[in-house]
Ligand binder design. Structure first.
Ligand code: KG4
Ligand code: ZN
Length: 300
């Protein structure tokens, strides 16, 4: 696998030009390596599924162009996949919290392709807040895993950060919490408690987790469903997984997560979603376009 975390770590976030250039460099190498690891050849592939949004257009274009090339070379059909539908399929079934770097959405899923957004962030995504917080604390990028690691030896009750609530709504808001952290670090520094940066990381992580858990709890109260699922990069977080799992005790509703390595962006989830999308609507033509904003299709 090729990861750009080190490359972007220097800048504390994804730099669009660097990302797409690097994608061009490693695209065929990664595909070859994936085929090798799976002990398959291009001839074994039945369908080419590719993310065509939402995201950075430069990077999306590299992926879509490569996918068109593979489709022509293999004579196999091509299908464009919504990145968020990919996350949903990393889990399959039921209502879903998607918590990633770009999105924090509560979705009611009545079947593949049938989504109703019942809550979303009004400002920053949970992952975005974690990334910003880690940058301010000097913990590196991506922020979620860095904060999780730093928090291991910290006290989550050491500092009381806000748990922002959007009244009468299942929407989230993380900007206020992020600003509280930035202000805390600027005014008080990182060594105000015995645990130092570990306490700040643990307390901030706890505030993010509490906010997400509260959203899920309220969604489950409002929409009695058979099962809840949680996905997206932030769903790899162990504290979040443990606390959301606790909800099962009171709701008596199973809560499921993808395995940790299927939470953060991966090709398997896009392949899974691509399979169902092609089955449902047929493949796309070579005029498949990319979209920096691509809402999940809302169908009641
Ligand atoms: O879904 P994803 O891999 O990419 C997007 O579609 O955005 O999510 C990336 C986000 C980043 O903000 C990253 O900091 C966060 O997921 N993340 C985590 C963990 N691993 C990744 N957040 C908390 N705990 C983690 N272990
Ligand atoms: Zn993602």
């Amino acid at each position: 696998m090729a990861t750009q975390d080190d490359l972007h770590g220097v800048f504390g976030g994804v730099v669009p030009e660097i990302a797409s250039r690097r994608h061009t460099e490693v695209m065929t190498i990664v595909v070859d390596e994936a085929l090798k690891q799976a002990e398959r050849t291009l001839g074994d592939i039945d369908l080419i599924a590719v993310t065509h949004g939402p995201g950075l257009e430069g990077s999306l274009l590299v992926g879509v162009s490569a996918a068109k090339g593979y489709a022509i070379a293999t004579g196999r059909p091509l299908v464009g996949v919504n990145h968020l539908e990919g996350h949903v399929m990393s889990n399959f079934v039921a209502p879903c919290l998607i918590a990633s770097g770009g999105h924090t959405d509560l979705i009611l899923m009545r079947g593949f392709g049938h989504y109703q957004i019942i809550g979303q962030t009004r400002d920053d995504a949970a992952g975005e807040a974690l990334d910003k917080a880690a940058r301010v604390m000097g913990l590196g990028y991506p922020g979620g895993p860095a904060i999780e690691q730093a928090a291991l030896s910290g006290n989550p009750a050491a500092i009381s950060f806000p748990r922002p609530v959007v009244k009468n709504s299942l929407d989230f808001s993380f900007a206020g919490l992020k600003t509280a952290l930035v202000r805390y670090v600027q005014e008080d520094g990182l060594e105000t408690t015995d645990g130092g940066v570990a306490d700040v990381a643990a307390s901030f992580q706890q505030a993010v987790v509490d906010t997400l858990v509260r959203g899920v709890r309220e969604a489950l109260q409002e929409f009695p469903v058979r099962q809840m699922m949680v996905c997206g990069g932030v769903a790899a977080n162990t504290t979040l997984r443990l606390q959301i799992k606790q909800l099962e005790k009171t709701t008596r509703m199973p809560v499921v997560f993808p395995p940790r390595d299927l939470c953060t962006d991966n090709a398997a989830m896009i392949a899974g979603a691509g399979y169902f999308r092609a089955y449902q609507q047929g493949p796309n033509g070579l005029d498949l376009d990319v979209f920096s904003a691509l809402p999940l299709a809302e169908v009641d």
